[in-house]
Write a protein of this length. Structure first.
Length: 202
């Protein structure tokens, strides 16, 4: 199981394809030699983004990537940091997710990324946004909908990560709450937090 901190070419020119829930994006990288902070700074000076791929029971691999192509893949997929990335250009082609990232506090640009290799057949823990739908009964009686959680940690296969999880709050009455155990999760997905935690109250 992989826990994350902190979306193939199939005969056409589009470097992405829909696989189950998640959007898989092709990323081409180049191997690099780790020379400390000075080496990473020099690499960024050439317009490249340094990164590390943490392997699935394999040694970490240092790489560089075009920052624009990486950011485009993450943003265009609609899955943000949960985008499934197919990494080409290293010793082996792998699927990966973003494990961590460092951002320049002034320029607000990426300065380093950590990726972690995942397997289609093994679970990962990711955080997915919650979307509250419907008008609660309690709101029609003068109550106020108060979300406690805006996202939920779930356990699922990399190719089954949902973009978001809908929570229908229509039946929620005054002084009542929905808990994690009340959330209807997609097939093959489990909550990675205790079921008694409150999600939303009125």
């Amino acid at each position: 199981m992989c826990v994350l901190r902190g979306a193939l070419f199939s005969g056409g020119s589009d470097p992405s394809r829909e696989v189950f829930g998640a959007m898989e994006q092709l990323i081409k990288v180049e191997p690099r030699v780790v020379n400390g902070k000075g080496g990473a700074r020099k690499l960024r000076g050439t317009g490249k983004l340094p990164g590390i791929l943490y392997g699935h029971k394999e040694k970490p691999l240092a790489f560089s990537v075009e920052p624009r192509s990486f950011e485009k893949a993450i943003h265009s997929s609609g899955y943000g940091r949960n985008t499934v990335l197919r990494i080409q250009g290293l010793e082996r082609e792998v699927l990966a997710l973003v494990r961590d990232s460092q951002i320049d506090p002034v320029r607000r640009s990426l300065v380093h990324i950590d990726l972690i290799e995942v397997k289609e057949t093994e679970d990962v823990t990711v955080e997915v946004a919650l979307e509250f739908t419907g008008k609660p009964v309690g709101v029609t009686k003068g109550g106020l909908l108060q979300p406690v959680l805006r996202s939920l940690k779930i356990l699922t296969k990399p190719t089954s990560i949902p973009k978001s999880i809908a929570v229908d709050v229509t039946t929620l009455d005054l002084n009542h709450s929905f808990h994690v155990s009340d959330v209807v999760l997609p097939a093959g997905t489990k909550a990675a937090v205790p079921g008694h935690l409150a999600v939303v109250i009125v």
